[in-house]
Design a binder for this molecule. Structure first.
Ligand code: ADP
Ligand code: ASP
Ligand code: MG
Length: 813
């Protein structure tokens, strides 16, 4: 004999009930089967809702009743083609339900006993309809009311089973029964007085296990809407996978900590007879599902699953009078047990100064009152403080029997949560070490589950969530590069890059689902009005793990927004130079926040676009080298100007051409005055360890006073014409010596400077072409022959690829 249980979704539609019939019919060819069914999905909730409304004298209960009535009648009709017997039975059940609700309405009271009567209608009706559906198909099935078999005490809504009588009833009934298929409603039972009782929400699983154990069957099957017990709730963690094999104890821990797929008490009867439990998917019967049994797996992942319980409250009892006073915990637990408060988690600091307990939020107030009444005397003497209650919390738990023989799991768990800015309120580890649990904010549950799942189940796969501000030329190219490389990164680096937010100066978009990179422009155009701070709020509210803010603007308010990103453990990748080259106070504060909140701050593209200049410098410093001197040509615009300026040319024309071809800022004075290069050497000096400001950099201008004092851009160009002889002299002096003009930045002996230099053919700068940049690092380890980084230092594609490299580097954090 076998026992099969089908849950609410499995019997929640005509189509699914057809599947149930096929599965049962197939198995009943080999042996008799007992089929336990739940109420049609959602009906138990509706019944309780109708009862609550009626008890509040709210006539709206009638609408809810109608909904229940219609759903059942429609099912009966579709499955039995209006079999008159069934119609009459369902009609009668619904009329009893109507009477009951009416009675509740009249006396406006809803006792636990009445609640059980009410809730039972779900299973009573579903089992009747399903039996009729079998028979209508010509498959003989017999309906048996489980209330006549399963006996409980009178603790209504969560009754305890009286096993001796129950087992006796079950064995004698099935010994007599000749039916190949017996259908029973789950969840419902009765007391010795014959009153209807129930086994607790989700209790149909338990009904099936009680039958299975009494009949000592060789397997129990729980058919549901997912393909087994998963490594985490598949509705919250997309990457979760079904667990093939799991021990009774592990399954018990997982379900106890919220894996709703199995009602926790179910395990006990199965375990007592060593009956394996299979969790299978009614909608995909071919899938293997999960086997729960005795075995302990020695190999493989020591962690079987991650689960969570929502709606938790944390109660803290503390006070100076608790230290060294014996019996406090005993009194605390006794009073809570008297009040039937279920304690989910306990932690006590070894100082004994405080005890922290986690309970369901619904029990919190009752628990607080009970504790304060019990300790009224100590409270009045201020030996104990009033109980602190914190709500909107959840418990997350890692479960696995062999965790105890592995080291470092809790460390990894807590550091993963910490990195993702999930604040841990309390920690508990079962003495048996089958679980490690932590109390966190409810709002962080999804992020916590996903980041833990990534670390413990997905090898080294890492998901990075990008929020990009500034999607013009460079940003557009970055998106194109990400799109092109995504598969490669997934296959080769185990990296899953998702673009979750975009903004330009007009509109912005922050999305729960990854943005489709095939048509991001149109999606962004349809977004809301752009706003730097609202964008940040949305990114923080979305609360995704491994979030990265990418700044591809040149905008000061955007650079001023980084701090709050970092405080929320969101990394910053910036092409914008304003933060790294701003005041030293701001720069160093960002560096500090970056360390404190584990939020990398990357700005490789601030110097030399995509060239690995800052990364090289940071690696030299980190590995213990010391910078002696840096010499560099770092301006694409100035290179263009001086590579094209020959003796006899007009300097004015060359600058005009550079501006027209987009090699300079709209205001070319920013480039020609050397400010931009000064900012770059400032960043390199800071990264070399110097606490300096922009003013500390010696900037010897090659422009005339007349040029520098120009009032606006057209006027500036005028002054270039006026001072043509000055520029002609600069270039002819150089060429007469066989030298060339280069704009050089340097850091030497702790002093940074920028200025125009005339360099001979021996200089590494002499042959620099186009917009190329070059940096020479002279260090203690490279004293004579410098470490050189050289290549294109400007342009959309290389800048985008520099940003991309920064993003990829983040996978190591
Ligand atoms: P049924 O009505 O068949 O009894 P339930 O809704 O009670 O089904 O349980 C199945 C649901 O349990 C799944 O749809 C899923 O949302 C939830 N669930 C939570 N944690 C897990 C887990 N670790 N593995 C599988 N399902 C889980
Ligand atoms: N119908 C009951 C409930 O919804 C029992 C069950 O589905 O297991 O809680
Ligand atoms: Mg269930």
């Amino acid at each position: 004999m076998r026992v099969l249980k089908f849950g609410g979704t499995s019997v929640g539609s005509v189509e699914n009930i057809e599947k149930v019939i096929a599965i049962v019919a197939n198995q009943s060819k080999l042996q008799p089967v007992a089929v336990v069914v739940s109420a049609v999905g959602g009906i138990t909730d509706l019944l309780l809702k109708a009862g609550t409304l009626a008890a509040q004298k709210d006539e709206a209960y009638k609408d809810v009743f109608q909904e229940i009535h219609q759903k059942h009648t429609a099912f009966a009709k579709a499955l039995t083609a209006t079999d008159t017997l069934v119609t009459a039975d369902i009609g009668q059940l619904m009329s009893h339900l109507d009477d009951l609700l009416n009675g509740i309405f009249l006396i406006n009271e809803l006792s636990p006993k009445t609640l059980d009567k009410l809730a039972a209608f779900g299973e009573l009706t579903s089992s009747r309809i399903i039996t009729a559906a079998f028979n209508h198909k010509g498959i003989e099935a017999k309906l048996k009311d489980s209330r006549t078999l399963i006996k409980t005490d009178a603790q209504h809504t969560k009754a305890s089973v009286l096993y001796a009588e129950t087992n006796q009833n079950i064995t004698s009934y099935f010994a007599e029964s000749k039916s190949k298929i017996t259908i029973l409603g789950g969840f419902i039972a009765s007391t010795r007085d014959g009153e209807t009782s129930t086994l607790g929400r989700g209790g149909s699983d338990f009904t099936a296990a009680i039958l299975a154990a009494a009949l000592n069957v060789d397997q129990l099957e729980i058919w549901t809407d997912v393909s087994g017990m998963f490594s985490a709730n598949p509705k919250l963690v997309k990457q979760a996978k079904p667990i093939n094999d799991i021990s009774y104890h592990e399954a018990m821990e997982l379900s106890h900590f919220g894996a709703k797929v199995l009602y926790p008490p179910t395990i006990v009867p199965a375990l007592s007879k060593n009956i394996p439990i299979y969790i299978k998917n009614t909608m995909a019967p071919e899938e293997a599902g999960t086997r729960i049994g005795q075995q302990e797996q020695a190999n493989g992942n020591p962690i079987k699953g991650i689960s969570h319980i929502s709606d938790i409250a944390l109660l803290t009892l503390e006070g100076a009078g608790m230290v060294g006073t014996s019996g406090i915990s005993k009194r605390l637990f006794e009073v809570l047990s008297q009040q039937q408060v279920n304690i989910i988690l306990i932690t006590q600091a070894s100082s004994e100064h405080s005890i922290c307990i986690g309970v369901m939020e619904a029990d919190a107030l009752r628990a607080k009152t009970a504790i304060e009444t019990e300790f009224a005397y100590e409270l009045s003497l201020h030996r104990i403080d009033p109980v602190i209650v914190e709500t909107e919390l959840a418990v997350i738990a890692l479960v696995g029997e062999s965790m105890k023989s592995h080291q470092g799991i809790s460390g990894k768990m807590f550091s993963t949560l910490g990195k993702n800015n999930v604040n841990i309120r309390a920690i508990a580890q079962g003495a048996s070490e089958k679980n490690i649990s932590a109390v966190i904010a409810e709002k962080d549950v999804k992020k916590a589950l996903n980041s833990l799942h990534e670390v413990f189940f997905e090898g080294n796969r890492k998901q990075i969530n990008l929020f990009i501000m500034g999607v013009g030329n460079v940003g557009g190219r970055l998106l194109a590069q990400i799109k092109q490389q995504r598969k490669f990164l997934r296959d080769n680096l185990n990296l899953n890059l998702r673009v979750m937010g975009l903004s330009n100066s007009r509109t912005m978009l922050v999305s729960k689902e990854p943005i489709d990179l095939d048509n991001w422009e149109s999606q962004l155009a349809g977004g809301e009005d752009a706003d730097i701070l609202r964008f940040r709020e949305s990114v923080i509210a979305l609360n995704q793990r491994n979030s990265v803010f990418v700044d591809i603007t040149a905008n000061e308010p955007v650079a001023m927004a980084y701090e709050e990103y970092m405080r929320n453990s969101i990394s910053v990748v910036a092409c914008n130079k304003i933060a790294a080259a701003g005041s030293y106070a701001y720069y160093s504060n960002l560096k500090r926040l970056s360390r404190k909140y584990n939020a990398p701050f990357m700005f490789e593209t601030n110097v030399g676009a995509g060239l690995p200049i800052i990364d090289t410098l940071q690696n030299l410093i980190a590995s213990g080298d010391r910078i002696v001197k840096i010499q560099a040509v770092l301006s694409g615009s100035l290179n263009f100007v001086f590579n094209n300026f020959r003796s006899g040319d007009s300097f004015y024309d060359v600058v005009q051409q550079a501006k027209d071809e987009g090699y300079t800022e709209p205001d070319p004075r920013i480039d020609l005055s050397g400010v931009d290069v000064a900012r770059k050497i400032l960043i390199l000096a800071r990264e070399s360890g110097q606490a300096i400001e922009l003013d500390d950099i010696v900037n010897t201008p090659f422009l005339t006073k007349n040029n520098l004092e120009s009032t606006d851009v057209p006027h500036f160009f005028e002054t270039l014409k006026e001072d043509a002889s000055h520029f002609e002299k600069l270039v002819s002096d150089a060429s007469s010596k066989g030298e060339r003009l280069k704009y050089v930045a340097q850091l030497d002996n702790g002093k940074s400077s920028v200025g125009l230099q005339s360099v001979g053919p021996d200089s590494p700068f002499y042959n620099l072409e186009g917009s190329d940049n070059i940096v020479l690092f002279y260090t203690e380890r490279y004293p004579e022959q410098p470490l050189i980084v050289k290549g294109a230092g400007a342009g959309g594609d290389v800048t985008a690829s520099g940003l991309f490299s920064d993003i990829i580097r983040l996978r190591q954090d």
